[in-house]
Design a protein around this ligand. Structure first.
Ligand code: SF4
Length: 186
């Protein structure tokens, strides 16, 4: 079986170090304007500053059309134990683990597939200063967005694809999504 094929990808990503994973049906991806409005509040200070985040990553209808143009997807998760609810270091570490593993997974997937949409992080930080909005993105093939940036409610996407979202008290879970276009459908 080919590594990172639809048949093997769950085991492949678990072998990489992700805690949980599941296949995603692109038909279940329903981005919402309400999520976009939450981004616009700009709590993370990334809104309007980066091609990977809203509004640079596209309107909600554009994001929906883009996601639905892929053939299939894989949801990946990092779950980490927390010392208590105020264990901000634990939260940060889990987010970094998801991002680092997502970068590695993205590198593997682009070697095998003609098009990959990586929603495995929250905002791109490849360049010291993003070109947004004055010039095109310098590295569109490496760029990652967040699921929320594309208007997705992460818990809904997990539920609709039969993947747990919450793994119990004292744990934090972060989720990413990778969408894949098969070569024959390019
Ligand atoms: S690769 Fe560079 S230009 Fe493109 S979104 Fe990331 S920071 Fe901006």
């Amino acid at each position: 079986m080919d590594r990172f094929s639809r048949e093997s990808i769950i085991q492949d990503v678990l072998d990489m170090g992700f805690s949980h994973a599941g296949l995603a049906d692109v038909g279940t991806l329903k981005p919402l304007e309400a999520v976009r409005e939450m981004c616009a509040v700009d709590k993370c200070h990334a809104y309007g500053k980066n091609w990977s985040c809203p509004p640079g990553c596209g309107t909600i209808p554009e994001c929906e059309a883009e996601m639905r143009s892929y053939d299939w997807g894989v949801l990946v998760q990092i779950t980490q134990d927390l010392e208590d609810d105020l264990d901000f270091e634990g939260w940060k570490e889990a987010g970094k683990r998801l991002r680092d593993l997502s970068v590695s997974l993205h590198e593997e997937l682009v070697k095998r597939y003609p098009q990959v949409l990586a929603l495995g992080g929250a905002g791109c930080d490849i360049c010291k200063t993003c070109t947004y909005p004055d010039a095109p993105c310098r590295f569109p093939e490496k760029r990652m967005s967040g699921m929320e940036g594309y208007g997705l409610v992460v818990s809904d996407v997990c539920r609709d694809n039969s993947l747990q979202y919450y793994y119990g008290p004292g744990t934090i879970t972060y989720t990413g999504l990778f969408l894949i276009k098969e070569p024959e459908n390019e």
